[in-house]
Design a protein around this ligand. Structure first.
Ligand code: ZN
Ligand code: ZN
Ligand code: ZN
Ligand code: ZN
Length: 327
């Protein structure tokens, strides 16, 4: 704190008699000052704007009353103040304290406090996700310090990855886990599908039995089997056809009729004369051989009437009609 002490300036008037005695003398001095331009008194006089001592009359009497104060009255006291300037601080307002020797004092010229001149913040402890931190600053003038808490950091997810690769039959994906419990699934990848080898025949199929073939996945060793259907017998079932037959025959002659049909199929031959169906030997049902061929051979009777006759061959759902003439 700096105090400014100003010189005391005091003048007092003690009695009327004193004025009477000194008046001529003052008059002479004033004349001399006017004459020589001396300004001693002006220099000492308080001027406006200067923070110099000043004099106020006591409340009871004004300056104009001075002349009428009776000689017997006690001495008139004019306050003469020491002015002490209390400068403002960071927090406290400044002011000027006026104090008279008589004990009277008052304040004035209040000046608003400057306020702290803060330094920048210094982080004392950095906040984490778990704990709050703190920071501090100080006043560069009065060194007052101020602390402030810093909020804990908001949680930033830190994910741990767990990758599930795709397989032949299942999609792949990635699991993301954070220590806070948050998790999600992403990065889906399509299943690969089996990486099949070529088919390998395990059992060849026949006409009687089914076969079997297998293949294997090169990645997961999955095996796949497939039945091979029975072989179809060679398709030799042709249309029933008469291969050879004499159109004109004679009595007592042995004739032959050969057909081509389906191997293994039973064929029937019916020869119709005017007397009815022939019962001749050699016209029995026959099973076609492996080539599908059947030959019937029979004898024309010696009494067979001349004429043209019908022969019907049937079997395997087919039938053929041919004619021959006995001449
Ligand atoms: Zn006083
Ligand atoms: Zn301060
Ligand atoms: Zn998290
Ligand atoms: Zn596979």
């Amino acid at each position: 704190m700096v105090e400014y002490k100003n010189t005391t300036f005091l003048w007092g008037v003690h009695s009327l008699a004193q004025i009477n005695r000194t008046f001529p003398l003052i008059l002479i001095v004033l004349c001399l000052l006017a004459l020589f331009g001396c300004t001693d008194q002006n220099q000492n006089a308080p001027t406006e704007g200067q923070n110099l001592p000043f004099v106020t009359p006591s409340p009871e009497t004004g300056p104009s009353d001075v002349a009428v104060i009776p000689e017997t009255q006690p001495t008139v006291h004019y306050h003469a103040y020491d002015a002490t300037v209390i400068p403002p601080g960071c927090v406290e307002n400044g002011y000027t304290l006026y104090r008279c020797a008589c004990g009277e004092e008052h304040t004035g010229n209040e000046v608003t406090a400057y306020g702290h001149k803060w330094s920048g913040w210094t982080v004392v402890s950095a906040p984490t996700e778990e704990k709050s931190g703190s920071r501090q600053r100080h006043c560069t003038v009065c060194l007052t310090t101020e602390s402030e808490s810093l909020d804990p950091l908001s949680h930033q997810h830190t994910y741990r990855l767990q990758i599930t690769e795709p397989t032949c039959i299942e999609d792949g994906y990635t699991n993301y886990f954070c220590s806070c419990g948050s998790s999600y699934v992403s990065d889906h990848t399509k299943q690969l599908g089996h990486d099949w080898s070529q088919w390998e025949t395990v059992t060849e199929p026949t006409c009687q039995n089914e076969g079997l073939r297998q293949r294997k996945c090169a990645r997961c060793r999955e095996e796949e089997s497939e039945v091979l259907e029975k072989l179809q017998p060679p398709d030799i079932s042709g249309k029933l056809t008469v291969l050879s037959f004499a159109e004109v025959v004679h009595r007592n002659e042995t004739v032959s009729l050969t057909i081509s049909g389906t191997p293994g199929v039973e064929y029937d031959i019916d020869v119709y004369y005017s007397s009815g169906e022939s019962k001749a030997k050699g016209l029995e049902n026959q099973i076609a051989d492996t080539q599908g061929v059947v030959t019937w051979t029979w004898k024309i009777g010696g009494k067979t009437a001349f004429g043209t006759y019908q022969v019907v061959i049937s079997g395997g759902g087919e039938s053929q009609t041919v004619y021959f003439t006995v001449a």
